[in-house]
Write a protein that binds this ligand. Structure first.
Ligand code: RBZ
Ligand code: NIO
Length: 357
């Protein structure tokens, strides 16, 4: 790592060892309590399911009410931009990091609306990025190599980036955040996402490659062919971290670590769009129980996100045709997760209210 950080004990083995299935008795208690609350059984729909999941993650019913949440935006550049998969220049990644720092991006606005904080992790932006309270310097390398022509990064770099994510999760949990939302910034990252989704779902590139920030038909065809070619280099049973190194991004690897780290501490994660969904597929391959600690904040219009959520078995909390990333969909969904905890904690039971059921 070129940030001078000295890695001591690797964090990944300990995180994987600490991840447990959801707590079945706490989930059963939450289901029983939902049935006793003053409403027809099941009438709060997905909110009831969310409250049961929260109880299972925390191992208590009612689960703690999450006052605060943080969006951890992992930012990195992608060598595949040189292959013409996005209309935007690479410099936009670093420029958006400065926009996040100043509070001017969509995720800043939407996180603030929901009472959340934004932290940006430079895990691989090409240009120099200054560190402060908002932007954390954790560069593993300055952008990936072009995945069209060979591995995006080495396995060691992918592992380092996962370690960064686990470390960030630990810092955020220690700082008291009760829910962590995922965010991403990286011009070109919908191409790497499509590769990950195609590999892990086994679906053809045409079904999981989308326009990203918006490309014309010819560019979408080129992007799709490029994804098919890159995924074709991977053995079906390839090790998930090798897959990440071959066709993923540094922010994907960071997000893998973030989810694993949060799950290992029994802290819920709200996933954002296709970039988070692609990272969660790597998580699923490494530690399936960690996926149960996640909520799908929303479903983006990118086709790969539909495919990823289907395989993850996660139902999106909102569907608003967003196609931005940054953590915007996760920030919008956080109040729903919080509301599900409030229902379990605050609603009266039929007994309390003296209403016969
Ligand atoms: C100004 C701007 C702000 C963004 N915020 C998130 N993204 C999103 O778009 C990019 C992925 O799309 P593609 O693969 O087509 O390049 C990522 O940076 C993602 O975070 C943005 C993109 C732009 C241009
Ligand atoms: O689904 C997303 O998060 C997304 C879609 C398009 C571009 N950037 C992100």
């Amino acid at each position: 790592m070129d940030n001078g950080a000295v890695t001591t004990e690797p964090l990944l083995p300990a995180a994987l060892a600490a991840i447990r299935p959801l707590d079945a008795p706490a989930m059963e208690a939450a289901r029983r309590r939902q049935a006793e609350l003053t409403k027809p059984a099941g009438s709060l729909g997905v909110l009831e399911d969310a409250s049961v999941r929260l109880a299972g993650i925390h191992g208590t019913c009612p689960p703690p009410y999450p006052d605060e949440f943080v969006v951890a935006v992992f930012a990195a550049d992608h060598g595949v931009v040189a292959s013409g998969v996005t209309p935007w220049p690479q410099e936009v990644t670093g420029a958006m990091v400065e926009n996040f720092r100043r509070g001017g991006a969509a995720v800043n606005v939407l996180a603030a609306e929901a009472g959340g904080t934004v932290v940006v992790v430079d895990i691989g932006v090409v240009g120099d990025v200054d560190e402060d309270a908002v932007v954390w310097s954790r560069k593993v390398r300055r952008g990936t190599a072009d995945l069209a022509h060979g591995p995006a990064m080495s396995r060691t770099e992918a592992e380092q980036a996962i370690e960064v994510g686990i470390g960030v999760a630990a810092e955020l949990v220690d700082a008291g955040y009760g829910v962590i939302a995922t965010g991403d910034m990286g011009i070109g990252n919908t191409t790497a996402s499509a590769c990950l989704v195609a590999h892990f779902t086994g679906l053809p590139a045409e079904e999981v490659t989308g326009p990203g920030t918006g490309v014309d038909d010819a560019t979408l065809k080129h992007k799709t062919d490029l994804v098919a070619g890159a995924v074709g280099r991977l053995a079906e049973d390839a090790d998930p971290i090798d897959v990440l190194a071959e066709v993923g991004g540094l922010e994907h690897a960071g997000l893998v670590g973030l989810v694993l780290g949060a799950a290992s501490r029994r802290v819920p994660v709200v996933l954002d769009g296709v970039i988070a969904g692609a990272a969660a597929l790597v998580v699923r391959a490494l530690a399936p129980d960690a996926v149960d600690h996640c909520f799908a904040g929303h479903r983006s219009t990118e086709p790969g996100h539909h495919a990823a959520l289907a395989l993850l078995g996660l139902r999106p909390l909102v569907e608003l045709d967003l196609r931005l990333g940054e953590g915007t969909g996760a920030a919008l969904a956080f109040p729903l997760v919080r509301a599900s905890a409030a229902v379990l904690r605050d609603m009266a039971t039929f007994d309390d209210a003296g209403i016969g059921s």
